[in-house]
Design a binder for this molecule. Structure first.
Ligand code: SAM
Length: 347
């Protein structure tokens, strides 16, 4: 039984890795497929018509996901984010949300989406027990956005999705914008202006060298400090306290009270020291870092008939041995190393 295993673990004290980091957050990639081909994430040249996505049999079932989520929760996980690929493409995703909510009533349950199917699905996701949502939107400029998503998807539909999510009570909606030099950095101020004064929080994300297909170069990164300077020059900003230790986004508040923005500086200000995130890939591998080169096959363990106690012990052992600090040691050479793709491991 899971609870016996977890009780056994608890007697040894809270789970921590080699740097004392707890296992607080779990990101679950529920599909490796996406209807967008964002040039920095799933470039069409690689993820084209011939690309072989995971066959159904390799994808974790809802029951397997819920079982693993329960086990992670027993090891200290308080927050679960469903992601992908595009999680709203996974058939019956609201059923998975309902199953997770029933199994783990107290867990903070969120989801990251490109927003394309959100208008239709937001009410059902909320009714199923989703707490909050993050929507990716890289530009408000039609041409820039369509070029970046490379699926000719219009801005207006994503904005409708955001409205629908807020109306359904999935608030505060967070809006993620990955900023890439020379591609959408001219849109930073417009984005800030558009969402200022709303209940929605835009988070500007530094473009990262995840995976090995996006051809990342340091020159493409717009440092968060520059984003804050650009916005602050028009709409004065002041730093706001982190809500909790290990919060990924650094918060900045508009001095005139029109809300806040966040910046995620994974390249220029590594936050490995407080990283408490584990990732479960679509095919059930556990990754202890977004920039990992390999994962640990939990699906194999689960499908071999392992007891909850054995799975708990395996995860605890992997986490206890975790030493990842990729962003602290990133160089142009490490950026070229073969790493797992974000669409697979979950953003
Ligand atoms: N399809 C969903 C979406 O679009 O939000 C969820 C998966 S997506 C991989 C999650 C987030 O990762 C998105 O906000 C996306 O912009 C971000 N992302 C992808 N590649 C990135 C990169 N190289 N650097 C920074 N963020 C990236």
């Amino acid at each position: 039984m899971p609870h016996a295993a977890i009780a056994l673990h608890d007697q040894r004290g809270p789970l921590a890795d080699t740097r004392g980091r707890a296992l607080r957050d779990l990101r679950i990639s529920v599909t490796d497929r996406c209807n967008f081909r964002c040039t920095y994430c799933m470039p069409r040249e690689v993820f084209g018509a011939r690309y072989e996505f995971l066959p159904h049999a390799q994808v974790l079932s809802f029951e397997e996901i819920v079982r693993l989520a329960r086990i992670f929760h027993g090891l200290g996980t308080e927050k679960i984010r469903l992601t992908g690929g595009e999680p709203l493409l996974r058939k019956g995703i609201d059923r998975l949300v309902a199953m997770l909510r029933e199994a783990l009533p107290a867990v903070d349950l969120t989801l990251t989406t490109n927003g394309s199917a959100l208008k239709a699905q937001a009410p059902a996701l909320r009714a199923a027990g989703l707490d909050r949502i993050t929507v990716s939107l890289d530009s408000l400029d039609e041409a820039t956005f369509r070029a970046m998503n490379d699926a000719d998807f219009p801005v207006a539909k994503v904005l409708e999705g955001i409205e629908a999510a807020a109306a359904a009570g999935l608030s505060p909606v967070k809006v993620n914008m990955v900023v890439k030099r020379g591609v959408n950095d001219h849109q930073v101020l417009d984005m800030a202006r558009h969402f200022r004064g709303s209940a929605w929080i835009v988070r500007f994300i530094e473009y990262m060298d995840v995976g090995s297909t996006n051809g990342w170069r340091m020159d493409d990164v717009v440092p968060s400090a520059e984003v804050v300077r650009t916005i602050g020059a028009h709409f004065p900003l002041e730093p706001a306290e982190a809500r909790y230790r290990g919060e990924v986004a650094e918060r900045w508040r508009y001095v005139d009270g029109a809300g806040e923005i966040g910046v995620i500086s994974s390249v220029t200000q590594a936050f490995c020291a407080t990283c408490t995130r584990a990732r479960l890939s679509t095919d059930g591998q556990l990754f202890t870092c977004l920039f990992a080169q390999r994962g640990f096959d939990l699906k194999g363990l689960v499908r071999s008939g392992a007891t909850d106690e054995a799975v708990t012990a395996a995860i605890a052992g992997i986490w206890a041995g975790r030493a990842d600090n990729y962003s602290e040691v990133r160089t142009a050479a490490t950026a070229r190393e073969r790493k797992v793709e974000m669409s697979f491991i979950g953003g």
